[in-house]
Design a protein around this ligand. Structure first.
Ligand SMILES: Cc1cc2nc3c(=O)[nH]c(=O)nc-3n(C[C@H](O)[C@H](O)[C@H](O)COP(=O)(O)OP(=O)(O)OC[C@H]3O[C@@H](n4cnc5c(N)ncnc54)[C@H](O)[C@@H]3O)c2cc1C
Ligand SMILES: NC(=O)c1ccc[n+]([C@@H]2O[C@H](COP(=O)([O-])OP(=O)(O)OC[C@H]3O[C@@H](n4cnc5c(N)ncnc54)[C@H](OP(=O)(O)O)[C@@H]3O)[C@@H](O)[C@H]2O)c1
Length: 516
């Protein structure tokens, strides 16, 4: 008998099916502090509960996606793998933990799994139906579209503490298509000042020829070019920290780093790393290493994601972003985020390598009459401009409610004219603005949500979809807490029942988050 292969998002998998699922392949990312991605939260709650079923008849394999720049590398994949074993499942093959350049490791894992499954299937004389493959995208993370910047406009007003930009890219016909809610991946280059400083603190010769893996083959180039285009030289990864700790000639610094790296000091390490770049560490902890040793410890440079702020219904040949450049001082020295300032420094007609990252869980409602509530302080507003343009172009009649917040109304109300016009013409049914620093006491979006709790609850009762975008911590956590409190108060539920209601909104795909 044929064995059908089904591909499901974790939120499309009914947990009751698990004990009768004979073969289970799990592919998962990890978010936040070792947590499941939003669409895997309900599956994990059920799997980790005391009432989880025994899985003696289940064979499984886990592919974990992550980034060892983060402390809890692939930890949700690891937890799933361990829990499935604890419940009696049998591994088809061991878990594989993947870095952002996951292709080879994932292909190896899939090859082994297929080999094991087809071998078993052959023993049962059951042919396996090949899984249907989605049509490959023409432009991908590994083969990005190199396209022109069309506009780089400052959205903040002159006296703002921020310098938020709208960046518009050209999408030539038959290259890349996107949907409202998708994100754009941008391949940055490290700026010259950072590369110079890194070369100074390591004492390496910028002209020395090095071999670099690029687009699947090895290429030789001067070290300076390799550092500019291929290596992550700003971040302090756990591997870099270990390398410096083991190799520095400064015994005091080595002892201090060893203490920070102890598992119990995870929070202190995160505090210490925040705002420090590798040049800050290397300037303090002197060490001698060859160019090959340095390159073996550096991670490959990775693209950054930005929520798309336009709708293809209004701008089919352009993609718009809303970017807040990261600029701050570390101990009096100006420091810059790699990609956000690379973008802010670009001019029209500059060529930039980009690709579309689909966000199938973050789309405006498909039903024309479904109400939508959008909570997007700061750059969190980005996708909601695209959502509103999309609904306008489609003639959707459902209510639209936006909560936006920034520091000051006078300087930080991005897209003010567009949003006010949408409010005036009724596309935006409700608009609540939290300008945090325009009064003595801070006002945040969640304060306004609580104030308007009764109406927000009515919208939820009317089937509204809820969307949150912006910083994951603390904003999205505080907003989530506010939603639970509003549900408890206006739905007259106790705290546990309110939490369960909010979880059911996620499970029913009515509560979506795109947070970073
Ligand atoms: C799905 C998704 C969508 C996103 N959408 C947007 C968007 O629409 N707009 C947007 O602007 N960003 C967005 N981001 C964030 C974006 O991807 C980058 O993370 C951000 O631009 C910073 O990248 P960078 O390369 O400039 O900084 P990096 O070089 O990666 O540096 C970041 C580091 O800088 C330090 N740092 C940052 N801020 C401070 C500070 N205030 N004080 C001290 N140190 C600090 C910290 O050490 C931090 O780890 C999104 C992220 C995701 C995952
Ligand atoms: N250092 C930099 O130069 C720089 C520049 C841009 C972005 N970034 C980083 O990029 C990320 C996104 O920044 P952003 O520009 O989108 O805006 P943001 O920093 O998230 O701020 C947007 C608005 O949200 C408010 N806010 C702060 N904490 C909140 C909370 N817990 N709940 C609800 N609202 C809250 C802010 O108020 P208050 O600010 O008044 O508290 C502000 O009014 C942040 O992580 C930020 O650190 C850094």
């Amino acid at each position: 008998m044929e064995n059908p292969v089904e591909l499901r998002g974790m939120d499309d998998f009914t947990f009751a099916e698990l004990p009768t699922t004979r073969e289970l392949l799990v592919i998962t990312s990890t978010t936040g502090d070792g947590e499941p991605p939003d669409n895997g939260a309900a599956f994990w709650r059920a799997l980790s509960a005391d009432s989880a079923p025994h899985l003696a008849d289940t064979r499984y394999a886990v592919l974990a996606l992550g980034d060892s720049n983060y402390d809890d590398f692939c930890s949700h994949g690891r937890k799933l793998d361990e829990r499935l074993a604890e419940l009696g499942g049998t591994r088809i093959r061991g878990r594989v933990d993947c870095e952002p350049d996951y292709e080879d490791a994932a292909a190896g894992w899939l090859g082994d799994v297929l080999h094991q499954l087809t071998r078993t299937a052959a023993m049962r004389t059951a042919p396996l139906r090949p899984a249907s493959r989605p049509t490959p995208q023409k432009y991908t993370k590994k083969r990005p579209l190199v396209t022109s910047l069309v506009r780089n406009t400052t959205l903040s007003q002159p006296r703002s503490a921020k310098d938020v930009r709208q960046l518009v890219f050209d999408l030539p016909e038959e290259t890349v298509s996107y949907e409202a809610g998708d994100a754009l991946g941008v391949w940055p280059r490290n700026g010259k000042p950072l590369v110079d400083e890194w070369l100074t603190v390591t004492g390496l010769d910028p002209e020395s020829e090095v071999e670099v893996s690029s687009q699947g083959s090895m290429t030789s180039m001067p070290l300076r070019d390799a550092l500019t285009d291929h290596f992550e030289i700003a971040h302090i990864s756990p591997d870099l920290l270990r390398f410096v700790q083991q190799r520095t000639s400064d015994a005091n610094a080595a002892a201090e780093l060893a203490e920070l790296m102890r598992p119990k000091n995870k929070a202190a390490l995160a505090d210490w790393t925040w705002g420090r770049q590798s040049v800050d560490l290397l300037g303090q902890c002197k060490l001698n290493a060859s160019v090959d040793e340095w390159l073996s410890v550096l991670k490959p440079l990775q693209p950054r994601l930005y929520s798309i702020s336009s709708s293809p219904k209004e701008s089919p040949r352009e993609v718009h972003l809303t970017v807040s450049p990261v600029r701050y001082n570390f101990r009096g020295v100006p420091r810059r985020g790699v990609c956000s300032t690379y973008l802010a420094d670009r001019s029209p007609s500059d060529q930039i390598a980009v690709y579309v990252r689909r966000s199938s869980n973050f789309r405006p409602p498909s039903d024309p009459s479904t109400p939508m509530i959008m909570i997007g302080p700061g750059t969190g507003i980005a996708p909601f401009r695209g959502f509103l343009q999309e609904r306008r172009a489609l003639g959707h009649t459902g209510g639209n409610w936006l909560f936006f917040g920034e520091q000051h109304a006078a300087t930080d109300f991005y897209y003010r004219d567009e949003i006010q016009a949408m409010h005036a013409d009724g596309l935006l049914t409700e608009l609540d603005l939290a300008f945090s620093r325009d009064q003595r006491e801070k006002v945040y979006v969640q304060h306004l949500m609580r104030k308007r709790g009764a109406q927000l609850w009515r919208w939820l009762q009317d089937g509204a979809q809820l969307y949150v975008c912006g910083t994951a911590d603390p904003m999205a956590k505080d907003v989530d807490r506010a939603i639970c409190e509003i549900v408890a108060e206006h739905g007259r539920l106790d705290a546990d029942a309110a939490r369960a209601y909010v979880q059911s909104l996620s499970a029913d795909k009515r509560y979506h988050r795109d947070v970073y």
